[in-house]
Design a protein around this ligand. Structure first.
Ligand code: NDP
Length: 328
């Protein structure tokens, strides 16, 4: 029998946590033959609700779920962790300045990075979901000098999936017909969904669409502002789709991308495509045997260059702000 994999989820009592935990426990994160131990981290006010979720997890009698531990201590939560999903974050509230938001999140992600550094398993893989995800990932990574930097990733898979869906609708195809789509930059309104290298049923997506106006005025803003549109319609922020994207991100990281395709992930830059080394930015990425590579050699046209640069500039500003706050 296989040794259970330890999966830590922070903000476990939140709405993304609620949509995420049952799918981890039922085998969708790591595979239908991989037993898991869940470690739920919450702030003290969230512990009781996390216990309620744990009762429901028990009541599902998932064969793969070998244990659930609930704690408000990051050192306990990350002890022996193989996979960490950092979902809990301090949301932006009305009137909050960016500096306040970054410093509130620094107070969460810096100690969590240190706790991962000191307690996690050697093969730890970290996905940051809580916003501002790229910069929160940078803060945690900087606090974990003993963990390889590339193990800290930020989620842009929801943006990727949203873009797939919009492009399939536009071209009258299905999402399985689409390959090589890329989200570049920050998981924010400046993100750039790029279809110039994408394929729809084997043909170049930009040529199939053949409508730059639609790209600039409909596709890109629809993908980038989808979160706000969902809040407007649903009266609550996206949760099931965010949880689904977190599952996809880790599943792809562990199991690899399909031949001829790639995915989008926020990962530490090595300087590729003019993105300053050390920033955690979204790239086209292939994965194999748990390691990933940035897809090289793509031709970046002017339309794309301006948008990638704008998003990367925002990442640099966030990095400079957390540096000034002493968070990295
Ligand atoms: P959610 O579960 O809805 O969201 C959690 C985080 O995910 C937010 O930062 C949110 O950012 C982010 N996020 C990223 N992508 C998306 C997306 N596409 N749609 C929606 N959210 C997205 O928040 P809740 O308030 O329901 O729950 C948060 C929980 O975290 C609470 O239980 C709280 O107690 C806990 N918490 C735990 C901490 C810890 O473990 N140390 C620290 C802080 C909080 P955005 O708000 O920008 O959408």
């Amino acid at each position: 029998t296989r040794t259970p994999v330890n999966v830590t989820v922070t903000g476990a009592a939140g709405q993304i946590g609620y949509a995420l935990l049952f799918r981890i426990a039922s085998g969708h994160l790591l595979g239908s033959d991989v037993p898991v131990n869940l470690r739920l981290l919450e702030i003290p006010q969230g512990l009781k609700a996390a216990e309620g979720t744990a009762m429901e997890l028990d009541d599902c009698a998932f064969p793969l779920l070998r244990g659930i531990e609930i704690t408000d201590d990051p050192n306990v939560a990350f002890a022996g962790a193989n996979v960490a999903l950092l979902v809990g974050a301090r949301p932006r509230t009305a009137g909050m300045e960016r500096g306040d938001l970054l410093s509130a999140n620094g107070g969460i992600f810096k100690p969590q990075g240190k706790a991962i550094n000191d307690n996690a398993a050697d093969d730890i893989k970290v996905l940051v979901v809580g916003n501002p995800a790229n910069t929160n990932a940078l803060i945690a990574q900087a606090a974990a000098p003993d963990v390889p930097a590339e193990r800290f990733t930020a989620m842009t898979r929801l943006d990727h999936n949203r873009a797939l869906s919009q492009l399939a609708k536009k071209t009258g195809t299905t999402v399985s017909d689409i390959k090589r789509l890329t989200i570049w930059g920050n998981h924010s309104a400046t993100q750039y969904p790029d279809i110039f290298h994408a394929e729809v049923s084997g043909k170049n997506a930009a040529e199939v669409v053949n409508d730059e106006q639609w790209l600039a005025d409909t596709f890109i803003p629809t993908v980038a502002k989808r979160g706000a549109a969902i809040i407007e319609a649903r009266g609550a922020s996206s949760a099931a789709s965010a949880a689904n994207a977190a599952i996809d991100h880790v599943h792809t990281w562990v199991n690899g991308t399909a031949a001829g395709d790639w995915t989008s992930m926020g990962i530490v830059s090595d300087g590729s495509y003019g993105v300053p080394a050390g920033l955690i930015s979204s790239f086209p990425v292939t994965t194999k045997d748990g390691a990933f590579e940035i897809v090289q050699g793509l031709d970046i046209n002017e339309f794309s260059r301006a948008r990638i640069d704008a998003s990367v500039k925002e990442l640099e500003e966030e990095r400079d702000a957390v540096r000034a706050l002493g968070l990295i």
